[in-house]
Design a protein around this ligand. Structure first.
Ligand code: PHE
Length: 450
């Protein structure tokens, strides 16, 4: 089996990697998830905590995944085989691939909703003074129509497969280099639009004024879960993208750029959504419907609101696409690296399998009456709340205690990363991050069974 980098493909440039990796990280988690979690957890205090989690847990774990990927030049299963031959650690890579299937199965459905809402915005469905109840009804009707949701989900899958089959530099990197700047420009334009509305300052205050009396253990745990999800950590996406990096790249700088972009976009999404909400006199509601139920009611109240709506759902679709390609890449690269499948075969067959797996989530609205619970929410709980933290915990244990921070730090600094950063990083990855992840998981499990 050939395993050298020339046959696997590599990023053409450092900036190409940063845009692709930032594209993988920036997604529904930032624009759909972050604002609703901030609203649910009282605004500023959550935001402050989130930034802290990103800095002291997210960034170190991201660097850990990058070093594993670049040192092994392999996707997750092969990476652990190479760095810890003859052990059970490759099971951690297999868990990552499995989590990839799981996240893909609900992620692409929410992305499908976004495509559906883009179509609605283009059709002008939000124009006629939509009330909150009407908007909720519209969303419920949309979600409960399996044919429609499955169709838009399928369209989204097709787009994902078409990019990933193009490979690393001519598929993922090329598309990211075009879409990420578009996303950024759109986001800035919409945020400016929102920030210049009368009454917008309330929204800024909500986002940045920290009321720490609102902090509860679950707000802390949500902030950590959101940081892991938003940076795509704990399942090997960053290992995979890191495996296509050249030894010349400075991993610390590249990692910092990805983390910085991801956080910037989350904050900008808050600055896009909350001022518009407050300007329209709507209380921020902390539920998953925020961008699908609340926003459509305010587009109409804004000058050029319809255009604002179209731009918003287009932006959300782009963000979701650059993330779903990173999820499919994790799965496909396993079959390419470990089973010697062609990229074409891996992308089409695994993309199709993920699509089939997404059907129960796509039908969650319609099935809720029969099952008595929402299937998609269950998937989100399992993968978002629990498994990414389990993955991140074991990645810290692997780097800190099995592979060892000496070898890992040597890889981290190979392209010129600073030695003192590496020393601090080694301490965080060996002691601090695994302890935080273990405590959060322990409390979660205790709450589940108590
Ligand atoms: N980080 C992506 C987002 O914020 C989601 C994601 C998680 C993608 C895990 C890949 C792996 O939307």
């Amino acid at each position: 089996m050939t395993s050298d980098t020339s046959t696997r493909g590599t990023w053409q440039s450092g900036i190409g990697f940063i845009l692709a990796a930032a594209g993988g990280a920036i997604g529904l988690g930032n624009i759909w998830g972050f604002p609703y979690m901030a609203a649910e957890s009282g605004g500023g205090a959550f935001v402050a905590l989130y930034v802290l989690c990103v800095a002291v847990v997210g960034f170190p774990v991201l660097l850990a995944e990058l070093t594993i990927g670049r040192a092994s030049q392999k996707s997750p299963v092969g990476a652990f085989k190479r760095l810890a031959p003859g052990t059970r650690w490759p099971a951690l890579g297999a868990m990552g691939v499995t989590i990839g299937f799981g996240i893909m199965s609900f992620y692409c459905v929410i992305a499908g909703w976004t495509v559906g809402y883009l179509v609605k915005a283009i059709r002008g469905d939000f124009r006629n003074g939509l009330s909150a109840e009407q908007s909720q009804e519209m969303f419920t009707a949309f979600q409960s129509n399996p044919a429609w949701v499955i169709t838009v989900t399928a369209v989204f899958f097709l787009a994902t497969i078409l990019v990933v089959r193009g490979g690393i530099s001519s598929g993922i990197e090329r598309v990211s280099k075009i879409l990420m700047p578009v996303l950024f420009v759109l986001l800035v334009i919409i945020a400016i639009r929102s920030l210049t509305l009368p009454g917008a300052t309330e929204g800024i205050r909500f986002l940045f004024k920290a009321d720490f009396t609102k902090l509860t253990p679950s707000v802390v745990m949500n902030a950590l879960a959101q940081a892991l999800f938003s940076l795509s950590l704990g399942m090997g996406a960053v290992i995979t993208y890191g495996s296509y990096l050249s030894k010349r790249e400075n991993l610390v700088n590249a990692g910092a750029a990805v983390v910085g972009f991801d956080t910037l976009i989350a904050l900008l999404s808050g600055l896009m959504i909350f001022p518009a909400l407050f300007a329209a006199g709507v209380e921020p509601a902390g539920d998953t419907g925020l961008v699908f139920v609340v926003l459509p009611t305010i587009f109409d109240t804004l000058p050029m609101g319809n255009l604002f709506g179209i731009a918003f759902y287009f932006l959300l679709t782009i963000a979701a696409l650059t993330s779903s390609i990173s999820l499919l890449e994790v799965i496909a690269s396993y079959f390419i690296d470990e089973r010697s499948w062609s990229r074409e075969k891996a992308c089409w067959s695994m993309g199709a399998l993920c699509f089939v797996l997404s059907i129960p989530s796509a039908m969650a609205g319609a099935l809720e009456g029969v099952l008595g619970f929402n299937f998609m929410n269950l998937m989100v709980q399992i993968f978002f709340v629990y498994l990414l933290a389990v993955g991140a915990l074991f990645i810290c244990l692997f780097v800190g205690w099995k592979w060892g921070t000496t070898a890992a730090a040597a890889e981290l600094t190979e392209g010129g990363g600073s030695r003192s950063v590496a020393v601090l990083w080694a301490i965080l990855i060996r002691y601090f991050c695994p302890v935080v992840a273990a405590i959060v998981l322990g409390v979660r499990l205790y709450q589940l069974f108590a």
